[in-house]
Design a protein around this ligand. Structure first.
Ligand SMILES: Nc1ncnc2c1ncn2[C@@H]1O[C@H](COP(=O)(O)OP(=O)(O)OP(=O)(O)O)[C@@H](O)[C@H]1O
Ligand SMILES: [Mg+2]
Length: 217
């Protein structure tokens, strides 16, 4: 089973957006998906609750509330982390995953918060030893903005203490498609390709990385 954790302690950076869209992506490609919501706000489960029955099935679990073990039938486990996780809660979650995706927004406050979090990650053995692989994603980026450029420059330079890079795998634009998809329990991969072509293309390097051995320990 593939296990992917979407995490960044900063609130509102796009964790649930990435988790639900990634769940949709894998479901559309015929995989059996379990979406584990670790956030008591339960936004991922709320998304699942409005998902049309005609769409490929995604299973959900309220991981904030119950201990769970993914069944053998699950191909991909996607975990949506809550805001504010640090310390023990963080190391507990890391035990369950082989890959982390960390979305960051283009704002000085978000970049500063990411810097603190990266410092914490750089002290965690599992990360330093590449037993968990982490990639970053610039999210909600507007074209040709200074904040967008600053963020992509910052993310492309992030390194582990041993000099290895945290791969910077995608820049996702700010798009109403994500908001409309969220409202309907869909992913952008379930909207008309003509309307979502730009967004789908922006996911390609991330998805390629996730489907390659580079994203696994
Ligand atoms: N690329 C994007 N374009 C447009 N809107 C976006 C994008 N990414 C996220 N959003 C919107 O930003 C808001 C916050 O996103 P989201 O809920 O995914 O963040 P989060 O990190 O899960 O937040 P929390 O920390 O509260 O769990 C949502 O309204 C979402 O629809
Ligand atoms: Mg969330």
């Amino acid at each position: 089973m593939r296990s992917i954790l979407i995490m960044n302690p900063k609130g509102g950076c796009g964790k649930t957006t990435l988790a639900t869209n990634l769940a949709g992506y894998y479901a559309v490609t015929g995989q059996s998906v379990l979406l584990a919501d670790f956030d008591p706000q339960s936004s991922s489960l709320d998304w699942l609750a409005v998902r049309p029955e005609t769409c490929p099935e995604i299973q959900g679990v309220a991981a904030y509330d119950e201990k769970f073990r993914a069944s053998k039938k699950i191909d991909v486990l996607i975990m949506d982390a809550p805001a504010g996780i640090h310390g023990k809660q963080l190391t507990d979650l890391l035990r369950r995953t082989e890959t982390i995706i960390m979305p960051v927004l283009p704002s000085p406050l978000d970049v500063r918060a990411a810097t603190h979090f990266v410092e914490e990650l750089r002290r965690i053995n599992k990360i330093v030893k590449s037993e968990v692989k982490l990639a970053t994603v610039a999210n909600r980026v507007r074209d040709h903005t200074l904040a967008g450029n600053d963020l992509t420059e910052y993310l492309s330079k992030l390194k582990l203490p041993n000099g290895k890079k945290f791969p910077f795998m995608a820049t996702l634009r700010a798009s109403q498609n994500y908001i409309r998809a969220a409202e309907k329990g869909l992913s952008i991969f379930e909207f008309a390709p003509s309307a979502t072509e730009t967004d789908r293309n922006q996911w390609k390097p991330l998805v390629r990385w996730l489907n390659s051995v580079r994203s696994r320990p």
